[in-house]
Design a protein around this ligand. Structure first.
Ligand SMILES: [Zn+2]
Length: 258
């Protein structure tokens, strides 16, 4: 096994499940391991404590006038239940059929580690990176990054950048370099619809009193029109429409969904 794959496997062996307090030490150990990797690459590295899990920030020596790219990633992973559905232990990565199996390999340790290796190789071959680079790897993405925004606000100056490369994305197919842009967000809400506390006679109340299930169905249905477009007022105000060159490019992509 190549030493790079070895190191990725080391990364994947940390059971860095941020949702489970029993794994808090594993999450922290994983952050420390990242610090060691970045320092090994010769980057100036800091482990920033937060009220939750640490944020690891590493940077090369910045040169005035060069663009600054910030690479975002996260070292925490999703829980692993149900365990019986795993063919191999989640934190004992292995290669089967040309694929790496191990929790976090595709979200997001594999991706940000590839970015790190790219930087490392460039430094080895060329002596330095041609850009100002900041790596920011957090440990709370899977719990909604509660401490990331306050961290960004309090470190605004040192995190100034021209481009943010979110490494927490995928490739459209193996071997196809992919630049993901225009990522979607997500909004979650809980809606409670209250109805009568007992059965109401249909002959007396039918049609006049709304059934909560019908009201819920109406609510949900009102979110989209018949074409699947979102029907919430103002939703598309800041959305840039897809251009023709983008549609043409997408037609050429041989998607392979895993
Ligand atoms: Zn992710």
């Amino acid at each position: 096994m190549s030493s790079e794959l070895d190191r990725l496997f080391e990364h994947l062996r940390f059971a860095s499940i941020s949702t489970d307090s029993r794994h808090a030490d594993d999450v922290r150990a994983n952050a420390q391991w990242l610090v060691g990797q970045f320092e090994g690459m010769g980057l100036e590295t800091k482990l920033h404590e937060t009220p939750g899990f640490p944020v690891v920030v590493a940077r090369n020596e910045h040169v005035e006038g060069r663009p600054t790219v910030l690479v975002y990633g996260h070292y925490d992973v999703q829980p692993v239940d149900p365990l019986e559905l795993w063919e191999s232990a989640p934190f004992e990565p292995e290669v089967r059929d040309g694929k790496i199996w191990g929790r976090g390999g595709a979200d997001n340790k594999g991706q940000h580690f590839v970015h790190m290796l790219g930087a490392e190789r460039t430094i080895k071959e060329d002596g330095a990176l041609p850009l100002n680079v900041i790596f920011l790897i957090e440990g709370e993405e899977e719990i909604g990054s509660p401490n990331l925004v306050p961290f960004l606000e309090s470190h605004r100056d040192e995190l100034q950048c021209d481009i943010i490369a979110v490494s927490d994305t995928g490739m459209v197919a193996p071997g196809v370099p992919t630049l993901g842009y225009g990522l979607r967000g997500i909004t979650c809400l809980e809606v409670t619809i209250k109805g009568p506390s007992g059965d109401l006679h249909s002959g007396v109340y039918g049609g006049a009193v709304a059934n909560p299930a019908t009201a819920a169905a109406r609510l949900v249905a009102s979110l989209h029109d018949g074409e699947g477009k979102i029907a919430v007022d103002g939703f598309y105000d800041d959305v840039v429409p897809l251009e023709n060159w983008e549609r043409e490019m997408w037609e050429k992509v041989q998607m392979k969904i895993f």
